[in-house]
Write a protein that binds this ligand. Structure first.
Ligand SMILES: [Zn+2]
Ligand SMILES: [Zn+2]
Length: 347
């Protein structure tokens, strides 16, 4: 089968190669991949500038944001049948015994190894995955929409598990990329007013945000964002803010844009040494709560599939391009240039 693999531990070195189809082992299912999204983390693996300590075996097949059809089930698999349309969570290996595993936070397990960089992923004709990680796609949700489940579940975790956003609140989202636009839809679904912050170069993405229900759009290179947010909230400040841009400078803006006891959730990762915060005293004086939000949880996957089915989550609005897997270089180049939003590959 075709598989897009990292062939050497260095910049680039990706190739579409022919490898044997993966064998189904006990408790696993084999899935024929329909679509697989290109994630920001895939770009980091491409550049080979991801955070240290990830233990990436080489060669390895990319891809963790996918949808597909079950084509084979291993011994001991129950409740999943050949022909079912599915998506899956990503931690193919985890210990099952530690505190994080036992409390449903398996992505935080120290033994976790995820598909797409630590085990073979879904930028291939087939992928195998343990049965516990599989979620079924509702009938009225397409494969293309469902391929957005992983980032959507990331957004759901940030909004619904890490904050108390509710109707009447004002929420600020920094960064109009895939995650930011999904967070936007989550806060709108929760009844909050949403202020989306980007830069003038993000014009196209901000227009998508507007179409998805952003109540206000602010340009951080043109406006004094915290002052504008204070104005829009009659001096009170926002209830919650989400950092989805990866730009360290946003943290200060977010902290001073919040109301007293407001909540800041950080979803992006920053380059080391690029996290200047000059507003820690404001953070203390105003009792701002900061939390990191990493990955997704079981409940988020079911939630986003249901939201797609209900029409509360518009996946296709952020899925701007589909390239054939054989044309992966064009897809990666487009992701690299920041053109388009979520770019999908189709094996
Ligand atoms: Zn991802
Ligand atoms: Zn564990």
């Amino acid at each position: 089968m075709k598989a897009l693999r990292k062939m050497k531990a260095a910049y680039g070195c990706m190739e579409l190669v022919d490898i044997p189809e993966p064998e189904v082992t006990r408790g696993h299912v084999k899935i024929k991949v329909e679509y697989c999204g290109i994630c920001g983390s895939d770009m980091k693996f491409y550049h080979w500038n991801m955070r240290p300590g990830l233990n990436i075996p080489i060669p390895v097949t990319f891809g963790h944001e996918y949808s597909g059809t079950v084509v084979e089930v291993g011994e001991g698999v129950e409740g999943i049948a050949v022909g079912e349309r599915v998506v899956s969570e990503t931690p193919e290996i985890y210990c099952g015994k530690c505190e994080q595993c036992r409390t449903g936070n398996i992505l935080l397990c120290s033994h976790k190894r995820s598909i797409g960089y630590q085990t073979d992923g879904a930028m291939a004709d087939y992928v195998t995955i343990r049965q516990e990680l599989v979620h079924k796609i509702p009938e009225n949700v397409s494969f293309k929409e469902a391929a957005l489940c992983e980032p959507a579940a990331v957004a759901a975790h940030a909004v619904y598990d890490k904050t108390t956003v509710q109707p009447g609140d004002t929420t600020v989202i920094f960064g109009p990329g895939t995650i930011g636009l999904l967070v936007l839809q989550m806060v709108k679904a929760a009844g909050s007013r949403a202020i989306l912050v980007g830069m003038s170069k993000d014009e196209k993405r901000l227009a998508v945000g507007k179409a998805l229900g952003a109540d206000e759009i602010l340009l951080s290179d043109e406006a004094d964002v915290p002052a504008k947010i204070k104005e829009l909230t009659r001096g009170r400040g926002a209830d919650a803010a989400f950092e989805c841009s990866g730009a360290g400078a946003v943290l200060d803006q977010a902290i001073v844009s919040l109301k007293k006891m407001g909540e800041l959730v950080i979803v992006s990762l920053f380059k080391n040494g690029e996290i200047p915060i000059n507003t820690f005293n404001t953070l203390v004086n105003n009792e701002i709560r900061i939390s990191g939000s990493y990955g997704q949880r079981y409940r988020g996957w079911e939630k986003v599939l249901q939201m797609m089915s209900n029409g509360q989550l518009n996946a296709e609005a952020v899925e701007t391009d589909v390239f054939s897997l054989t044309d992966w270089e064009r897809g990666f180049a487009k992701a690299e240039n920041g053109e388009g939003i979520k770019i999908l590959l189709k094996p």
